[in-house]
Every structure is written in C-alpha cells, then in structure tokens.
Design a binder for this molecule. Sequence first.
Ligand code: DCP
Ligand code: MG
Ligand code: MN
Length: 346
Amino acid sequence: GEHNEKAMPIECNTKVADLLKGMADIYEDALRDQYRAKQYAAAASALRSLNFEITSINDCDVVPMLKKKDGKIRKYVGEILNTGKLKALEELRARPDVKACLELCGIHGVGPVTARSLFAKGYATVADLRARAPENLLTPAQKIGLKYYEEFKERIPREEVGFIATAVREAANTFQKDEVHCYCVGSFRRGKETSGDIDVLVECRDYSLANELLMHILSDLRPGGTSPRSGILTDDLLVGDHTYMGVAALLKPLKDDDDKPPIHRRVDIKVYDSESLPTALLYFTGSDKFNRSMRLWAKKKGFNLQDKGLFADRSQAQASRVRAKGEEDVFDALGLDYVPPEKRNV
Ligand code: DCP
Ligand code: MG
Ligand code: MN
C-alpha cells in the first residue's frame, strides 16, 4: 500500500494545490479547455514544489505564473487561504454536466468528447451505462473499460506488476530466446511502490519477426492455451502494429492466504527493434512530464527525440539517427547528465 512508498518527498501547500488541480481536471475532462487546464495544473504543481507553506496571497509572488496581482488563479489562492474553500470549484462540481463528464471520463477508453456526447444522450453515470446502454453505444474497448471500471482504478502493488511482467517475459522467451529481451518499464522502472498499469517493452532483434513475436506472446498468455501462464490475459483493448493494450489478472493470488478474487489490470506491451531500444526505454519509462521536458530540450538543441530514436535534425531519417548503445548515450548526445529512472518521477 501507499504507507511504504519509498522516499516520499515532502510536499507543501497540498490543500491549495489539490483544489487548483480539481479545477484543472474539470477544465480538461468536462469543459475541454486545455489552455485553462494546463494553467491550473501548472499553478498547482508549482505550489506543491515550493519549500514552504504559503500563508498569505503575497507569498504567491515567488511563483512566476501567479505574480500578476489581478490574476484569477492568484485570487483563488487567496480565497482558499482565507476560507479553506474554493467556491468556483464547488459550483462547477455541482453542475450536472460536469459531474457526469468527470465520472464518464473515468472509464478507460472514454475521453472528454465521448463523455459529453454520452451525457447529451442521457447517460450521466457508470450505473446508467451498465443499466441501459444499447449494444452499439460503446466501442468494444469502452465496454471493457466499463466492465472493469472499479478494478482499473485500483493501484497495482509493485510485486504484482513484477509478476505479470515476468509472465510476459516467460511467454516471449518461448519464441526465439536469443532474439528477445523484455523490460518492465513505466512507473515500475521508476521505482514506484504501486503502479496504474503494467508496461512491458519487448526488444526484438530481428524486427521482421516483431508482429509474429507479439502474436506468440498473446497466444501464450490468453485463455485456452497450454502454457502454465495461459489465462493471465483476459481481454484485449487494442491489438495493433507492434503494440498491444489489454487486460490481465493473476491466475492465483500471490499470497496463499489471500482469498479475494484477482483484480483485472491494464497491460501495455510494445515491441521495438534493437536500434530503437535506448530511446524506447527512455520514452516508455517516463514519466510523461519528464519526457515532455526532455523532448523540448532536444528540440531547442536542434534534435528530434522520439521513441524510435534520437535524430540530429527535425527529420526521422535513418541518416540523421544518433547512434546510442544505451540510455546514457542519449543523455550524453543531448549534453545532459544521466538521470537514473528513480529520479524521473517529476
Ligand atoms: N508516455 C508519454 N506520454 C503519454 C503517455 C505515455 O510519454 N501521453 C510514456 C511515459 C510514461 C510511459 O509512456 O511513463 C508509460 O505510460 P503510463 O500511462 O503507463 O504511465 P506510467 O507508467 O508512468 O504511470 P502509471 O503508474 O499510472 O501507469
Ligand atoms: Mg504505466
Ligand atoms: Mn501504460
């Protein structure tokens, strides 16, 4: 659980930041105003990362984006400091359309656009959809998101992430062992005690075999097979080119005395060639915020950083590819000190 989260950073201004983040989520998911969503989110994270508790509105002066005296977010910070509440947020949350969109956006595969259109058609809650959605209202992937709505919200203990990733690795190893390497990436590789999903990167040396390898892994893990892992994969969300998104659940609990049924978990698998491995590792390890700032840095230096490679110009041409043996080389080429995965949790 969360109580054994290692190296928990001390966070300041949690109350103010949480309320501002609440505004960001509403602008993002319900009102579809990306610009405002980003502003509120940025203000929240700036306040969280301060090294002191703000007590008056003037303390906002140390945050560049909150400096302007008549700024709306600055005023909201003042209101929260004075009253402990944010009326604008309470009003928005009370709006039926906002309420509905926030809940519907919590379904995996349902974005703000679908959420709004579902609300317009008279569906306001998960329960509504479960009770009376006609066959053709949701895509197959959205139906799976609806089915596992509560389960997908559960965090996955590190041990379980490792276990499921190991099953993928074992499945891959029955293909052509010397061709294949598996890495458990995402928040797991960043050292997190719990994850939102399981991310597995598969390196396939002979990339012409990549899709065949992926299909091999899937048939090993799906129900009805002969491998000891058969049945771990329960549902598919997307089977794409070199890419898989699906659902997994343990065949039996990790602890013998655990009699609760296994929780269904989101799994992402991506297959890359060996040349792309360093940048693919970097990309798929994240965090997404860390990736964004690194891509931006690369761009400023005239590079193009993608999961498929680091390129010395704007192109993705093989000729401008920067050779890299490992992640370290990518940092090096960009003039950056190496940042180990555990330090990429920004
Ligand atoms: N990624 C990204 N930009 C996105 C989505 C993903 O750069 N829009 C990259 C960085 C992420 C990685 O892919 O770290 C894996 O994506 P996840 O959504 O699985 O995120 P995490 O594994 O980091 O967190 P969680 O524990 O919630 O799964
Ligand atoms: Mg993840
Ligand atoms: Mn993922």
